[in-house]
Write a protein that binds this ligand. Sequence first.
Ligand code: ZN
Ligand code: FE
Length: 239
Amino acid sequence: MEVKIIPCLEDNYAYLLIDNTNNTACIIDPSEASPIINYLEKNKIKLSFILNTHHHYDHVGGNKKLKEIYGAKVIGYIDDKKRIPEIDFAVKNNQIWKEKNFEAKVIHIPGHTSGHICFYFFNEKKIFTGDTLFSLGCGRIFEGTYTQMFESLNFFKSLPYDTNIYCGHEYTLKNSEFCLKYDPNNQNLKKKIEKIKEKLNRNLPTLPTTIKDEIECNIFLRSENLENFSKLRDLKDNF
Ligand code: ZN
Ligand code: FE
């Protein structure tokens, strides 16, 4: 399974998962249809599935058009079936979603929205975290509680260190400034920031990141208790 990163809108990423053995693909969080159509047409790939991490427009904006053109099936969280446009398959927490050669575990990670999920492709050690876990940051808490977000983030710490993380936005540099301000002596963070800047200078995405990097550098994953996490989340909202 190959992952192609497709920039959308201002700073969103959609992820095209390509099964080269039969030229089929899934798209994760298509913010808009046209950049994805362009890629599919150019490379003669058929889109079979659309996977949404949550209902925000910048993650589902392309659903309708992509479904119209390719007949792709839309997969989203069961409790959000009224908010995910064109949903075909409603999935539950801890369910294994398996179609063709694609196999992922669905994990409910509320906080940013009440129905936020991630897709964990455990065979490939790749996880698509939407707007819950960012590189060096986490999503704003819009619908959930601090406790929910804290627990959702803690889930990621249980994954293998070499798992690749694909996030919904390119927020890494801005996030790194916040981490550095409140964790100024973190040498791993400083090294990570160098790598981030190198990538951005070459116009490359800073993603994927890894569980190891995030545990070492992401201040939100490093907060040891709910109180500390909540304080940081509030500070970040006004950063
Ligand atoms: Zn969102
Ligand atoms: Fe978003």
